[in-house]
Design a protein around this ligand. Structure first.
Ligand code: NAD
Ligand code: UDP
Length: 317
């Protein structure tokens, strides 16, 4: 296939790009580098099965040649207001790429008869009142809260994706991605894993927001990519419904911080900072649908994934 991948210079997008090329596909990345990094793609320069176009998908998309699949991964993804690369610092671009960017990418898929996959998120569940979260849970999102620029944009993105499927017959897929980590995350986008690893490698105190009792479930990037590729290829009943992709291994943020200190040998104490407002207090994917539909479940345990991520961050410390 010839695949249009938006957000391909980012963390997930660049790993997906590598996997799609390794599987024999041709890939066109469109990215405006608002949070992405060319260093994630530099190893692909000069390949004739790879094309990079620097462009903002919220404005327009023009891709010459055939397109067999469109994968929409462009969006700021970090909720941290302390970082210039988090979506609180990019509120309008985040709303636009989730709304206009999704509309434009669906338009490409519709006009070319291409399959479509949306990168959605566990954030559409908001601060969940159902635990663990399965795909039938409709969520608990504050439409004007600090995270709403991301959450509501992704909820709109899911709505317009289903509308293009139901009304135009576009062959769509929706992946609800839970916290994923690994090499190529920006060291400075403020998400917990890169923040903690960067701090630990510098021998600094890890910054835990609030008590650290809030929970997340962390999935290693290779496992996520495998689930995404399976979802893209899946056929038959149920493939157009949203599918949770994540690792059900739930833990507190404090436990994550302590694990990273242990793996790096960092002896600095934890530094507790003010809690983020609107911070979801618990999050764990129910992946029964992904197991049944895709035969998928994650296989990388936390220590193995963290070790690989720590090693990839070492040269930067
Ligand atoms: P990232 O910031 O590393 O990558 C996002 C990429 O999108 C960047 O390269 C950025 O430059 C690009 N981009 C943003 N706006 C754009 C625009 N208007 N036009 C063109 N390119 C644009 O983030 P990530 O973690 O790789 O996330 C990728 C996707 O996966 C996002 O859609 C995000 O919402 C989703 N997601 C990620 C996670 C996670 O844990 N990493 C969880 C849930 C969902
Ligand atoms: N977090 C933290 N310290 C940091 C960065 C994040 O305690 O330096 C917390 C954050 O408040 C949240 C959790 O870690 O409770 C996960 O944050 P992240 O930004 O990685 O992802 P998300 O909130 O989108 O799940």
């Amino acid at each position: 296939m010839r695949i249009l991948l938006t957000g391909g210079a980012g963390f997930i997008g660049s790993h997906l790009c590598d996997r799609l090329l390794a599987d024999g596909h041709r890939v066109v990345v469109v990215d405006n580098l608002v949070t992405g990094q060319m260093s994630n793609l530099v190893h692909l320069a000069g390949r004739d099965d790879f094309l990079f176009l620097k462009s903002d998908v919220s404005n327009f998309i023009f891709v010459p040649g055939e397109v067999d699949a469109v994968l929409h991964f462009a969006s700021p993804a970090s909720p941290n207001p302390r970082s210039p690369f988090g979506y609180p610092a990019l509120p309008i671009p985040t709303l636009k790429v989730g709304a206009l960017g999704t509309h434009h990418t669906l338009g490409v898929a519709h006009s070319r008869g291409a399959r479509y996959l949306l990168a959605s998120t566990s954030e559409i569940y908001g601060d969940p009142q159902v635990h663990p979260q399965d795909e039938t849970y409709v969520g608990h999102v504050d439409p004007i809260g600090p995270r709403s620029v991301y959450d509501e944009a992704k909820r709109f993105a899911e709505a317009i994706t289903m509308a293009y499927h139901r009304f135009h017959g576009v062959d769509t897929r929706i992946a609800r991605i839970f916290n994923t980590y690994g090499p190529r995350m920006r060291a400075d986008d403020g998400r917990a894993v890169p923040n903690f690893i960067t701090q630990a490698l510098a021998g600094q105190a890890l910054t835990v927001y609030g008590t650290g009792a809030q929970t997340r479930s962390f999935c290693y990037i290779d496992d996520l990519i495998d689930g995404l590729v399976r979802l893209l290829a899946a056929e038959g009943p149920g493939v157009h419904e949203p599918v949770n992709l994540g690792n059900p291994n739930e833990m507190t943020v404090l436990a994550l911080a302590e694990r990273i200190n242990a793996l790096t040998g960092n002896r600095s104490p934890i530094r507790y900072e003010a809690a983020e407002s609107d911070d979801p207090q618990q999050r764990q994917p129910d992946i029964a649908r992904a197991r049944a539909l895709l035969g998928w479940s994650p296989s990388t345990d936390l220590d193995a994934g963290l070790r690989r991520t720590v090693d990839s961050f070492r040269p930067r410390a």
